[in-house]
Structures are given as structure tokens and as C-alpha cells.
Design a protein. Structure first.
Length: 264
């Protein structure tokens, strides 16, 4: 069996909850590499609280895999017991902040460890949001002790779609609170009337402008575990490794230490 020269892998927690061959294959990978668990369905922003059964399944996967990092998204995806199959945006209010903090506290207590929260891609914003997203994330981290997973492509996509300043967003995140970085490709879609929207589809190479923003993120946050996400139109493994190596080079150039860039 080939063992590519990468330091670690990240997988979606939900893909390994059913037992069987999937979790056994992941255990085989785990014997040779550290693994990070990245969840997409816990619904940390859900007003009904966490689904206990879903949480228990994540805990059991973590007990078998012993992941180096565990992360989830700042989003919601469950309503009235129905899973909606997407990472939906939150109204950024004090009430929503209380909900997220309570859910993060429960998640961390169940996991018996600190978890990381990822800044999301949001294709709409609520008019009644009162807390800037960076302040919201920083408050969650401060109140719960969780870390922040900074997805650089998500920042770039949101900045382009909503007219944000991507550099200002980076500058507003607490340097000591960010514990992991993500990179990914995005699609550019033309709409009627000449409008353009960026779609975070994880289906292509990292865009040149995102690489530039990544360099600024490394300058601000330091050398952190960095992941290339590529979930659709998946290329040969070597193409992923080349992207990871490019990230590792940027990490090394910025700080002159060994790099930690890998693939999922």
C-alpha cells in the first residue's frame, strides 16, 4: 500500500458513524497518519440544542480514531428533528450567541477536549444581525474556550459576494484563538444582469487571490495545521499533494519552521 508523504488527513465525522468497512479503513489510515475529524451535521447554531444521538456517534468515532483535531461549523442544519442537508447561516445576535455557546459547551464536555469552530460561507445575510461575524466567533471562543478554524477561502468568497474587506476580516480575528487553516477552490457563476457569485464548491485548485490571502493569514496567525479541501471533481492524489506542498512552502517562507499542510 502506498503511503503518500503527507503529515495528516482530515475527514468528515458523519462518513464514519455507521461502522463497517468505512471506519475500519479509517482506522487503517490512522495507524500511519494523524487524523482530524471535521463535522458538518451537529448544528451548533440550532435553537433546539444538540441532537444527543448524533453527538454520541461523534464521540464514539473519536474514541476509535483518537483525532488530533475536532472541528464543526458556525451554522445550523436541524429544525424540528429534521436534518436539512446544508450549512445554513445564523442571525448574528446576542440570543444566537447564547445558543451557540451553550451548544459548544455541551459538545466540548462530551468530547472532553477543546473543539474548533469554522467560519462559514453564507450566501445570504440577516438584516437584523447585530454582531459582526468576527466578533461573534471571537466571543464564542472567549466564552467557551474553543478554538477557531479559519477557512481562508470562505473569507474570500464571502468578501467577494457581500462586499466585505477580506483583510479586515482577518485582522479582526484573535491571533491566539485561530488553531487551524483551511484552503479550497471555488467556482465563479455568472447571473442574469451581469452579476457574478462565487460558490464554495471545493472542486478546483486554490485561486491565486486566495493564496495571497493565505499568506497574510500565516503572517497574522503563525504556522498552523493547514488543510487543502477538495470534495468534488476530485483529481489524482498527486494534484492534492502539490497544493499541500505549495501551502507548506508558504508556511515555511513565513516562519522558517517545518510546515503542516495536508489534504482532505
Amino acid at each position: 500500500m502506498q503511503r503518500p508523504r503527507v503529515a495528516w488527513f482530515e475527514v468528515h465525522s458523519e462518513n464514519y458513524m455507521g461502522g463497517g468497512a468505512a471506519i475500519r479503513d479509517l482506522e487503517a489510515i490512522r495507524r500511519d497518519y494523524p487524523v482530524s475529524l471535521h463535522g458538518v451535521g451537529l448544528s451548533l447554531g440550532g435553537a433546539d440544542g444538540l441532537d444527543g444521538a448524533h453527538l454520541d456517534r461523534i464521540v464514539r468515532v473519536a474514541e476509535r480514531i483518537e483525532p488530533g483535531l475536532v472541528s464543526e461549523h458556525l451554522s445550523w442544519s436541524i429544525s424540528g428533528g429534521h436534518y436539512l442537508g446544508d450549512l445554513l447561516p445564523l442571525p448574528l445576535t446576542e440570543e444566537a450567541l447564547d445558543v451557540v455557546c451553550n451548544n459548544v459547551d455541551r459538545f466540548q464536555q462530551a468530547m472532553r477536549r477543546r473543539i474548533l469552530i469554522e467560519n462559514p460561507v453564507n450566501y445570504l445575510q440577516y438584516r437584523h444581525s447585530t454582531v459582526p461575524e468576527t466578533e461573534f466567533l471571537s466571543a464564542v471562543a472567549q466564552r467557551t474556550g474553543c478554538g477557531i478554524l479559519c477557512d481562508v477561502n470562505n473569507i474570500f468568497v464571502n468578501a467577494a459576494n457581500h462586499g466585505w474587506d477580506a483583510q479586515a476580516y482577518l485582522d479582526a480575528l484573535p491571533p491566539g484563538g485561530v488553531k487551524e487553516l483551511h484552503l479550497a477552490g471555488h467556482a465563479v457563476k455568472s447571473l442574469s444582469g451581469g452579476a457574478v457569485i462565487l460558490i464554495d464548491d471545493h472542486g478546483s485548485q486554490v485561486d491565486a487571490a486566495v493564496w495571497e490571502l493565505f499568506g497574510k493569514a500565516v503572517q497574522r496567525f503563525g504556522t498552523l495545521p493547514t488543510l487543502i479541501e477538495w470534495d468534488t471533481n476530485i483529481p489524482p492524489l498527486q494534484a492534492l499533494i502539490e497544493q499541500a506542498n505549495r501551502a507548506a512552502t508558504i508556511l515555511l517562507q513565513q516562519h522558517g519552521v517545518s510546515a503542516h499542510a495536508d489534504v482532505a
